[in-house]
Design a protein around this ligand. Structure first.
Ligand code: GTP
Ligand code: MG
Length: 363
């Protein structure tokens, strides 16, 4: 689910790497993190077990500039091991494009089959339409002597003839081709009217106009004041930050957004599973800060940041009071977004025609 900020001229897109355990998803992101200049990436987050298996997700924001806009591609890698089903589902939420990574080792055929089936299942479980989501296939580990042939791999994993790339992620071969194609496809789909409707309800792009932004900031400022907090942010389940006001103690805001979105959604789903119903919010007290997250509507929530000694009751009440007005402001965005999106068609065509989704042309 892309987010377009008119005021700051920012476009946020989510791209999810999925594939069987140890196929090389983390390695793709690691390579980009090492080779991109600092100006073109954010903070790389990775949560691994001691044996390098992804536990929750990997995350790398890639930042491109073109035509006066900043494009933030939020790259996520799922945990490939089958039993991490719950966290994988969260990571897929609202993906604008998917990269399916195949382990080319001949003896990993069945695991790749399972991963492909999981991809479809995880997406459709949430009402997303797998075949409508822009997808790129990457045949990784082409350096292995026992690699399956590309022809065999295409026959087995790519019956619908999606774009595919051979790669050796460990040495960077094919990593950028794969990413840029996925990024380009995500933008291309943004300019096709009706494409989102086919993908499922989680994909509607939000265009946040300058007026919307002001409205959000005003409401958040009031919330911060009422709660005696230091800052507040409005976050979408797909990890995009919709608005921010006051001081939030973290230099990589998009990473904080991603962590909060996954955490909040996970806690919510756990609560639904255990208690049969969701909850209105959660608080978390750290060594210096206290955070209170509260749900606003089906997909969005607000996060308050306060001094760790702040009054929790007060924070909770402030969120409760702000819920209605914030939901109303979000609904206004939802109602006009589709029309607004049409106006960005030219921008996205221009950027994708640069051939590299904005990564080579600096504004
Ligand atoms: N030979 C070879 N090894 C690779 C290649 N890409 C990654 N690897 C290795 O494969 C192993 C697993 O890579 P990861 O990137 O951690 O795999 P993953 O898909 O993130 O695995 P999970 O997090 O468990 O789902 C590591 O030892 C990598 O160095 C490649 O192109 N060729
Ligand atoms: Mg991994």
């Amino acid at each position: 689910m892309a987010i377009i900020h008119e005021a700051t001229r920012e476009v946020i897109c989510k791209i999810v790497y999925h594939g069987t355990g140890k196929c090389g998803k983390t390695t793709n992101l690691m390579w980009m993190n090492q080779s991109l200049p600092e100006s073109k990436r954010g903070k790389f987050l990775t949560l691994e077990t001691p044996t390098e298996r992804t536990l929750f997700f990997d995350y790398l924001p890639v930042i491109a500039r073109a035509k006066g806009y900043t494009f933030r591609y939020l790259l996520f890698a799922t945990p490939g091991q089958p039993y991490y089903d719950a966290s994988r589902k969260l990571v897929f939420k609202g993906a604008d494009a998917v990269v399916f990574v195949v382990d080319s080792a001949r003896d990993r055929g069945p695991e790749n089959d399972d991963a492909l089936a999981l991809l479809k299942k995880n997406l459709s479980d949430q009402g997303q339409v797998p075949d409508a989501i822009p997808t790129v296939i990457q045949y990784n580990k082409r350096d292995l002597r026992e690699a399956m042939t590309i022809e065999d791999a295409e026959r087995r994993y790519n019956p619908t003839r999606l774009l595919s790339f051979p790669s050796v992620a460990r040495s960077g071969e094919g990593v950028y081709e794969t990413f840029l194609t996925a990024a380009k496809m995500a933008l291309t789909r943004l300019r096709m009217p009706g494409a989102e409707a086919r993908m499922g309800p989680l994909f509607r792009t939000l265009v946040i106009t300058t007026d919307d932004e002001e409205r959000f900031k005003k409401l958040l400022a009031k919330l911060v004041l009422d709660a005696e907090a230091s800052g507040a942010m409005l976050v979408d389940e797909s990890s995009g930050v919709l608005a921010i006001e006051g001081a939030v103690p973290y230099d990589a805001l998009e990473s904080l957004g991603a962590l909060l979105a996954c955490n909040f959604t996970a806690a919510q789903e756990l609560s639904t599973m255990l208690a049969g119903q969701g909850f209105a919010g959660i608080s978390q007290r750290g060594t210096t800060w206290l955070m209170r997250a509260g749900r606003i509507d089906a997909r969005r929530f607000v996060v308050l940041v306060a001094n760790r000694r702040a009054d929790r009751q007060r924070l909770r009440e402030a969120v409760t009071t702000a819920r209605g007005p914030l939901a109303g402001a979000l609904q206004m965005v939802d109602t006009v977004s589709a029309n607004r999106l049409a106006g960005f068609g030219e921008l996205f065509s221009a950027v994708t025609e640069l051939g590299v989704a904005g990564l080579t042309e600096d504004a």
